[in-house]
Design a protein around this ligand. Structure first.
Ligand SMILES: *Cc1c(COP(=O)(O)O)cnc(C)c1O
Length: 395
C-alpha cells in the first residue's frame, strides 16, 4: 500500500495489513513461536540475513510486523519496533542507543516509572541523567554536555499536561549531536506527529489509547531505519518483544483510533470547561483550555487537547489536600478508580499517592504534583454522567 496517497484515517484502517493465502479481511493472528524452513540451506540464509523472512517470534512475527507497519505509517516513521510494554520501549531505546558514560537530559515532568528507570536503574548502569523543566529551553541548553546522546520528553506531560515546543528542543538536541525522543502516549498520531515537528524518535505505551479498551500491555519505538537498527538489535537479543496476541488486539484498536481520539477530546474539553466553573476546583490543567499556559503552542502542535484532564481540588477547612482529593475519588460511582488511561471507561487517579508515589516529595513538589491533584482520563461515556459523578465539586 502506498502510504503517502491516503489520509491518516484511511491508514488507521488499512495500512500494514497483509493477507495470507486464505484472503481473510481481518488480520490473522500468528500464535507460533518459531518458523519452519524448507531446508538447512534456507535456515542458514535466514539466520545469515541473506534471505528475508521470519525465524523466531522473539525476533519477528507476522502479526507484530503488521502492527509495526500500521503504526509506522500513522507516525510517518521509517521503522517501528514493537515492545512488550511502554516501559520496555523506553528501555530498548536507551539500551540500543546509549552506553555507560553517556548522558541523557530528561524532562522532570514524565511518567513516574520513567523517572525511576532513568534516575535509578539506568543511573546504576552508568548512564548520566539530568532532569530539567519541560517548558524552559534554556535549562535544556544548559544541561547539554559532550556526551549527551538523548533528550527525553512527554508532551503533553503526565499528569500536568504541560506542553513543550518540539521543534525548539529538537534544534537544541541536534546542535549538541543528540536525538530528541518524544513519548507520544497522551496524543497518539491522531492528535500529534512528533517526527514532522522535528523529533527523531517516538515512544508509545500501546497499553493506553492504541489499545483503547484497557486489555493489553504493549509499546513501540519509532524512528529512522538507522536509529531503529540498534533498538531492534537490543529487542531481539534481550527479548522485550510484543506478544502476537497483543499486536492483534492493537491492530484492531488502531482501526478506530481517529474517531476515538476525537470523542475523548470532545468529552475532555467539555468536562474541563465544566470543572473550571466548579467552586471546589482551584485549577484545571488541560491544553485545550484558554487558561492553559501553553494553549497556543498546544493548538499549533496538536489537533486537539487530548483526553487527559488534571485538576486541583480545594480542601475544606477541616481537610488536608490529600483528604479532599481522596474524598472526591471515593465519592465516584461510575468512573473507575485506576491508574490506567486511554480506556473507553473514564478513569480517576491521585498521582501523588499512586503513579508518582515512588518519586521523592521534593521531586514531586518541583514537578508541581501537589497532594490535591486529581487526574481523569476522560472516556467515552456521556459527559453529563461524568459531571454527575463528580457532583461533590459543585457543593
Ligand atoms: C503508561 C505510560 C508509560 C508506560 O507504559 P506501560 O505500557 O505501562 O509500560 C510510559 N509513558 C507514559 C506517558 C505512560 O502513560
Amino acid at each position: 500500500m502506498n502510504n503517502t496517497k491516503y489520509h491518516p484515517e484511511t491508514l488507521s484502517v488499512r495500512a500494514g495489513s497483509e493477507m495470507t493465502e486464505y484472503g481473510e479481511n481481518s488480520e490473522a493472528l500468528f500464535l507460533n513461536s518459531s518458523f519452519r524452513f524448507e531446508s538447512a540451506a534456507q535456515a542458514a540464509a535466514r539466520f545469515g540475513g541473506t534471505e528475508p523472512g521470519n525465524i523466531y517470534s522473539r525476533f519477528t512475527n507476522p502479526t507484530v510486523t503488521m502492527f509495526q507497519n500500521k503504526l509506522a505509517a500513522l507516525e510517518g516513521a521509517e521503522q517501528c519496533v514493537a515492545t512488550s510494554s511502554g516501559m520496555s520501549a523506553i528501555l530498548a531505546c536507551v539500551m540500543g542507543l546509549c552506553s555507560a558514560g553517556d548522558h541523557v537530559v530528561a524532562s522532570r515532568s514524565i511518567f513516574g516509572t520513567s523517572v525511576q528507570l532513568f534516575g535509578n536503574i539506568m543511573k546504576r548502569w552508568g548512564l548520566e541523567v539530568t532532569f530539567v523543566s519541560l517548558t524552559d529551553p534554556a535549562e535544556w541548553q544548559a544541561a547539554v554536555s559532550a556526551n549527551t546522546k538523548l533528550f527525553f520528553v512527554e508532551t503533553p506531560s503526565n499528569p500536568l499536561t504541560e506542553v513543550c515546543d518540539i521543534q525548539v528542543l529538537a534544534d537544541i538536541a541536534h546542535k549538541a549531536g543528540a536525538h530528541l525522543v518524544v513519548d507520544n502516549c497522551f496524543c497518539t498520531p491522531a492528535i500529534q506527529r512528533p517526527l514532522e515537528l522535528g523529533a527523531d524518535i517516538i515512544i508509545h505505551s500501546a497499553t493506553k489509547y492504541i489499545d483503547g479498551q484497557g486489555r493489553c500491555l504493549g509499546g513501540a519505538v519509532l524512528g529512522s531505519k538507522v536509529l531503529m537498527e540498534p533498538v531492534y538489535g537490543f529487542l531481539r537479543t534481550a527479548g522485550v518483544t510484543m506478544s502476537a496476541f497483543n499486536a492483534w488486539v492493537f491492530l484492531k484498536g488502531l482501526e478506530t483510533l481517529h474517531i476515538r481520539m476525537e470523542a475523548h477530546a470532545k468529552n475532555a474539553l467539555a468536562l474541563a470547561t465544566w470543572l473550571e466553573a466548579q467552586p471546589q476546583v482551584a485549577r484545571v490543567h488541560y491544553p485545550g483550555l484558554k487558561s492553559h499556559p501553553q494553549h497556543a503552542l498546544a493548538m499549533r502542535q496538536q489537533a486537539s487537547g487530548g483526553g487527559i484532564v488534571t485538576f486541583e481540588v480545594k480542601a475544606k477547612s477541616d481537610q488536608t489536600a490529600q483528604q479532599a482529593a481522596w474524598a472526591l475519588i471515593d465519592a465516584t460511582q461510575l468512573i473507575s478508580i485506576t491508574a490506567n488511561l486511554g480506556d473507553a471507561k473514564s478513569t480517576i487517579t491521585h498521582p501523588a499517592s499512586t503513579t508518582h508515589s515512588r518519586v521523592t516529595a521534593e521531586a514531586r513538589a518541583a514537578a508541581g504534583i501537589t497532594d490535591g491533584l486529581v487526574r481523569i482520563a476522560v472516556g467515552l461515556e456521556h459527559v453529563e454522567d461524568l459531571k454527575a459523578d463528580l457532583a461533590l465539586l459543585a457543593q
